[in-house]
Write a protein that binds this ligand. Structure first.
Ligand code: GCU
Length: 436
């Protein structure tokens, strides 16, 4: 998603700029490695009682649950259980999509038990002429299912507009004109040709991306608190989007065309933060991919490089839980840092990707999260991260914790997808170090 900054000039004119990171940054953003403060990261392998964790069973039964709890309490908030009953409806199917190479299904999945609970619409492409079930990539999209490909058979999503000039955000059917406008981020044919399925959902189906006190989207259908004030650990929007991804996984468990043991969850930017939280909270995701996720995603908060906790909580007050505000300009007090989010995914493979010009998302901080999750991955019997040095631009490093920083800007590109597909081939066709 483009970052937009409004600059009020001396002549009182308003300029809307579509930005590269350099100009999106507020004046106090640090882009100088020399100015990164000294910091000490919490040790993922030291439990709350001070005992060191040195066997896998202890990690699984003791330390991992502690860390998960800390992230729920202080960062993303506490999500509800899955609906009691999975309710879904196949709303369309075309077995000759994309010139005959794929089957396209659309499935409406209800996000609650109550009759008035909202539904999300999963768009699913599956390759034809392969033995089923197939591995699938699953990711949320920013602008509606119909924007990921020009295929005229995709139902136009209802898309939220943001509130502006006193007008509330509203939902409107996407236009014919907007079909395929995000296609550069979704190489559907390539994915299909390589034998994978692709599932995607418009993130606004789960929760619209603006702050309205959690009155829209899934929150009001699950929030049980009676006090007027939301609990400080109530789930924010990132947690809601991740919860929606788990509901798609519930559906995959019922679809015989999908290999439910081979589902990769992927997301870009705020949706990369989301895919990491989905991977941390739902062990059914077999591969977790974070594309340029930055602050509140893969980047270490304590580095205060590019986007900081205070900035993200100010610009996007609905993304995290209320408690996260306590760490505005106070990162050292966080009981976790984002390397522990990566560690929660272990031993399942994770892929962290950055873009060289995306300094706002702190590529080095994203790499370091992977590096500092390595001891947990190794404890659990994987090959961890393959390098202690940050890989050079366009030189991916693949292992249980994969990383690359590619040339270019904040985006999800063909290069990124090429790496994810290669990595999925290795993992899902069996030549990766098996997770124990
Ligand atoms: C903003 C925000 C980032 C986020 C990005 C996006 O730039 O500051 O944290 O990742 O939007 O989602 O596109």
């Amino acid at each position: 998603m483009n970052r937009t900054l409004t600059i009020v000039g001396l002549s009182y004119c308003l300029l809307h700029l579509s930005l590269s990171t350099a100009i999106s940054a507020p004046p106090d953003a640090n882009y100088d490695e020399a100015k990164v403060p000294e910091y000490t990261l919490p040790d993922p392998l030291v439990a709350a009682d001070g005992a060191s964790v040195d066997d896998p069973a202890e990690w699984i039964s003791k330390r991992r649950p502690e860390i998960l709890e800390l992230f729920k309490t202080h960062v993303y908030g506490r999500s509800p259980d899955a609906p009691k009953r999975l309710q879904y409806e196949l709303t369309s199917i075309d077995r000759q999509a994309l010139g005959g190479k794929a089957t396209r299904k659309e499935i409406a999945i209800k996000l609650g038990d109550a009759p008035n609970a909202p539904s999300m619409n999963l768009l699913l492409y599956l390759p034809n002429d392969v033995s089923k079930p197939v591995p699938v990539f699953l990711g949320l999209n920013f602008k509606g299912n119909h924007t990921i490909h020009s295929d005229p058979g995709i139902t136009l999503s209802e898309v939220w507009s943001r509130p502006s000039k006193g007008r509330a955000g509203e939902k409107k059917r996407g236009s014919e004109k907007s079909r395929g406008t995000s296609a550069s981020r979704w190489p559907v044919e390539t994915i299909i040709d390589r034998g994978y399925g692709l599932g995607t959902i418009y993130y606004g189906d789960i929760d619209p991306d603006f702050h309205d006190g959690f009155k829209n989207g899934v929150h009001p259908h699950h929030d049980k608190h009676e006090s007027a004030e939301r609990p400080a650990d109530a789930w924010g929007s990132i947690a809601a989007w991740a919860w929606g991804l788990s509901r798609a996984m519930d559906y995959f468990e019922r679809d015989d065309d999908v290999d439910q043991k081979k589902v990769a969850v992927l997301g870009h930017s705020r949706l990369g933060k989301t895919s990491l939280w989905a991977g941390a909270t739902d062990p059914r995701f077999a591969l977790v991919i974070s594309n340029d996720s930055g602050c509140g995603g893969a980047a270490l908060s304590r580095r205060r490089f590019g986007e900081k906790v205070k900035r993200i909580n100010t610009s996007f007050p609905h993304w995290f839980c209320g408690n996260f505000d306590k760490y505005n300009d106070n990162e050292a007090a966080l009981p976790v840092d984002q390397h522990m989010l990566i560690a929660l995914i272990a031993p399942r493979p994770v892929y962290i990707a950055s873009a060289a010009e995306d300094q706002w998302a702190d590529p080095r901080g994203e790499f370091l999260s992977g590096l500092h999750a390595d001891p947990v991955y190794r404890l659990l019997g994987t090959d961890g991260i393959a390098t202690k040095e940050m890989p050079k631009v366009d030189q991916p490093s693949h292992s249980a914790i994969s990383y690359h920083v590619r040339t270019g800007k904040h985006d999800l590109t063909a290069f990124d997808w090429g790496q994810y597909l290669d990595r999925a081939d290795t993992i899902f066709q069996g030549s990766a170090t098996p997770a124990k």
